[in-house]
Design a protein. Structure first.
Length: 155
């Protein structure tokens, strides 16, 4: 399976000058945890919900208070987003995308062309949906059991 066959499109995006309050609201409305940041249609970064939480904005116990929202309105997405983003191409194999997600411990991969134009996004949820469909149709590849050996140190 190719990435283009499983990627989500169209993609909800942010711009670098958007603020964190807007970004957080957009994540809530769209029910996503990752938003690619584009300049035009060129990928320039990625903002995750975790990035917003880690922004160290003085917060009350309720993140929806006026004080918290006002503080987030003052912070630009460009100041918090990750600029060095793992990406994948539309013609890459889906297994490669899964390998990157697992190895890099990221939840999403923006799908870009050779000019960094955003074409879609692949997320952990996309793979869970594929796994669910495979399980429902009986197409299951059993995992190979991992054998752990006890290692003891010599004194």
């Amino acid at each position: 399976m190719k990435v283009r066959e499983m990627m989500t499109t169209p993609v909800t995006t942010l711009e670098p000058n958007d603020n964190l309050a807007f970004a957080e609201e957009l994540m809530t409305v769209e029910r996503v945890r990752h938003l690619p940041v584009v300049d035009g249609d060129v990928l320039v970064g990625l903002l995750s919900h975790r990035d917003i939480l880690a922004a160290a904005i003085p917060s009350t116990s309720d993140p929806s208070t006026e004080q918290d929202v006002a503080a987030k309105r003052k912070v630009r997405v460009d100041d918090v987003m990750r600029h060095d983003v793992e990406t994948i191409g539309p013609d890459d194999d889906a297994v490669k995308a899964a390998d990157i997600l697992l190895a890099q411990k990221v939840g999403s991969l923006p799908v870009i062309d050779e000019r960094r134009h955003l074409m879609g996004i692949v997320t952990e949820s996309d793979f869970v949906s594929i796994a669910r469909e495979a399980l429902a149709t009986g197409i299951v590849v059993p995992r190979t059991p991992v054998v752990m050996t006890k290692v003891t140190a010599k004194r």
